[in-house]
Design a protein around this ligand. Sequence first.
Ligand code: ARG
Length: 422
Amino acid sequence: MYRPAVVRARKRIYLEPWVTGLIAFISLIVLAVCIGLIVHYVRYNQRKTYNYYVTLSFTSDKLYDEFGQEASKNFTEMSQKIESMVKNAFHKSPIRGDFVKSHVIKFSQEEHRLLAHMLLIFRFRSTEDLETINKNIQRFLQERLQDAVGPPKVDPESIEIKKINETETDNYLNNCCGTRRNKSTNQSLRIVGGTEVEEGEWPWQASLQWDGIHRCGATLINGTWLVSAAHCFRTYKDPARWTASFGVTIKPPKMKQGLRRIIVHEKYNYPSHDYDISVAELSRPVPYTNTVHRICLPDASHEFHPGDQMFVTGFGALQNDGNSQNHLRQVQVDFIDTKICNEPQAYNDAITPRMLCAGSLKGQKDACQGDSGGPLVSPDARDIWYLAGIVSWGDECGQPNKPGVYTRVTAFRDWITSKTGI
Ligand code: ARG
């Protein structure tokens, strides 16, 4: 069937100006509401860190003198017990998901009361109200610590809790030995060819410089004392020409300080590597910061074992006879049993009770020239780091069956106290 084509004239729609205005206005409102909702949602889900300083009194079958000394074995055990009691207190509470960690910073004794001082860290949604949060934390601690099994036994009535800011938290942590702020997860193979470390990863590392030139590493053990190797001061003895610098780069350093006094072990006798330890006093104390603070010293009775996690750090050469580096490097090494290290194909009985071996029997993971005097460190179960060894000697660097040899710090624990009071 034939249909005539209908040619329709397109009708143009003209909107009144006020209608256009209205549509624009409504669109804007809808957009604003959407943005508002998104912002609200993001903010609601964003967590903010809340730090608290908590003191609580407790009773224990141990005397204060037995566990009061920071970084001692008993201190660590007591801290662990109290930290896990606190953790468990929040474990069954509605805020368990917001709990990050508890960290004992010290113990004190007041009028026959034993006090634990600790930091509590939470991450709450930022919308929650501060008053309620504080009350809840106090309430959960009081309720749950009541029936926590001891010893130690916490007095729930004694719990005091104070909100502190980030700077205060940092200051408390920087005053504790062996704490680290920045931890990179990428592991390097060796100082020889490994990766550079980040600021604050190894805050106790120092570079010892003679007339401004890097010679050795050293480790900060308190605000004024460094531990290093004896052989670093063999030909260079005048403290006035030595400086110690801190930070991950030698140039520019984070901090720099002259030396006032160098004490080399009385029994160090070149060319023997035995008793390769020294302590050096800074001319002025360094202030602790996130990137510069001290390591812990292990008890004299502490034994490190194969399988313990260990790192050596330094500005030393990447290979035998190489140059020192401007940027600090780290290498993960294995603790090697002295018996194995003394076997004929290794060091053939050259390892004395004052030395320890670490590295890899396969080679590759090692310290090298310029790392001498620097730290070999190991963490405990609370992730607090201890000085296990001092870079001392080795047959070249990174050779198979020739691991690095370190001064065994535990053998000199009492010597260090006798010289520095630490
Ligand atoms: N004696 C060297 C120095 O003065 C350190 C040697 C360490 N060697 C080694 N293979 N781990 O820097």
